[in-house]
Every structure is written in structure tokens, then in C-alpha cells.
Design a protein around this ligand. Sequence first.
Ligand SMILES: Nc1ncnc2c1ncn2[C@@H]1O[C@H](COP(=O)(O)OP(=O)(O)OP(=O)(O)O)[C@@H](O)[C@H]1O
Ligand SMILES: [Mg+2]
Length: 252
Amino acid sequence: MAFTLAVAGKGGTGKTTIAALLVSLLLKHGKQPVLAVDADPNPNLDIALGATLSKTIGELREDLLDQIRKMPPGMTKDDYLEMGIQECLSEGQGVDLLAMGCGEGPRCYCAVNSVLRRCIDRLRGSYPYMVIDNEAGLEHLSRSTTQNVDVLIIVSTASPAALKGAARILKLSHQLSLGISRRFLVLNNSTDCDPGQLRSYCEGMGLEVGGIIPYDRQFVELGLAGRPVSDLVNGSPGKQAVEEILGKVLTA
Ligand SMILES: Nc1ncnc2c1ncn2[C@@H]1O[C@H](COP(=O)(O)OP(=O)(O)OP(=O)(O)O)[C@@H](O)[C@H]1O
Ligand SMILES: [Mg+2]
């Protein structure tokens, strides 16, 4: 089973940027192939990775429900989804991207979802590394999208409100039985903060800081230009900080 890193946090805290950097740094260190999963219904990990978005899992699920009565005899839901998932995979050099797409509409999805979960678990078995970029907030945890994770990286800015949100995610991740082995709080975009003060503030809230990523102008410029994180030039302080975090995550 893939060593799985999942990135969660409030909206706009830098989840996608960090997830894409983790993928790019795993590749740099020869830790590949990586399965990158965009679990945000509004996919954008493709841009940060410089990948092309294929059909989403949400679209595949709807297709199956449309086709279920027209499937050729002998073809099972498993066969249909197994084939369909290959179409959803956007294949790149050392990294394949799978986008979950929109959630569920008004139909009955229970049976399809359990087959889908089996197919994704099988797919996951063929990658040594997996990185999941989650949608903002807590719902993905309650919906159990983030399951069997080796390291959950909770991203927050240094603001007290954002940290409260991070503390809620941390609490919920303990309350639900999701099979998460370790949790890391990462403070992103924290310009001019005294790291010592920041750490003790967080510890006071029961949050242990696993890493601090400074404001990085290159991240903003790249985002505005719609360019992938692999275009970051050496000396990017943000990238360097993510590299240190990845080192900790892989060795701790
Ligand atoms: N350390 C940083 N320094 C400067 N800008 C940053 C930093 N981290 C992220 N950003 C910028 O913040 C914006 C939001 O980042 P990103 O899209 O990664 O957040 P997100 O948490 O995935 O957002 P959403 O919740 O909408 O999915 C982007 O423009 C990104 O370039
Ligand atoms: Mg995002």
C-alpha cells in the first residue's frame, strides 16, 4: 500500500501549493511513481503540477449509474469501474493524477461507492507514494475521504482564527476512526513571526508545529502565471521549507 500523505486545512491556507510541492520533491528524491489525488470538488492540483485534467471520478460514478442497465452481459460494476479509472488517470512523468471531482447528486450511490473504494484501493496498491490534496474544511474527514493515511498535514496560517480551525480538524481526525497514523501542523505564509512565540502559542492550543513555511513571493507569481511548482527556481524559501518538512515526514 502506498505511503500516503494527505494535506488538509481551511480555505486558501496553501494546501494545493504544499501538496504539489510534496509531489515534486518526492520525484526529485527518486521516490516515485506518485499517485496524486485531487480530492477538492473544484480541482486545481493539475495546474500546480502542470498536468492535464482527465475525467473525474465523480463523472465516472455518474456514467456508471447511467450505463448500469446497458452494460454487456458478463460485465460487472467492478469491471466497468476498473476500466473507467484508467481513463480518469492523467499520466505524467513519475506522477499520475486522479481527480475526485464533484460529490454526489440526488441518486443512490452506496453500492457504487463501495465498488469505487475497492477499485481505488487496488490502484493505490500499485504506487509506493500517494499525496492527497483535500478540499477546505472538515467535511472530507466526516465523509471519510481521508482514510488510511500515514501522515496528515494540517495547514494553517498563523492567525488565531485559522489555528482554531486547525485545532478542530486535529480533534475530528482523532475522533473519527480514519486510520491516520501521524499528524503534522504546518504553519504557512508566516512572515515576520517569531518562530518561538508561534510554537508556544500553538502548543498552548494543543498543536505541535511540524514546520513553518515563510511567505514566498515566487509562489504568488507562479500562481498568477498559472505555472507549476516545478518552475520554482532554486532558492525559493517556501520550497526549501517544504523540503525540510518532507524530510521530517519521511524519517520521523
Ligand atoms: N508560503 C506562501 N507564500 C506566498 N503565497 C502563498 C504561500 N502559500 C500559498 N500561497 C498562495 O496562496 C494562494 C492560495 O494557495 P492554495 O491554492 O495552495 O491554497 P488552498 O488551501 O489549496 O486553497 P483552497 O482552499 O481554495 O483549495 C495561492 O495564490 C498561493 O500561491
Ligand atoms: Mg486547494
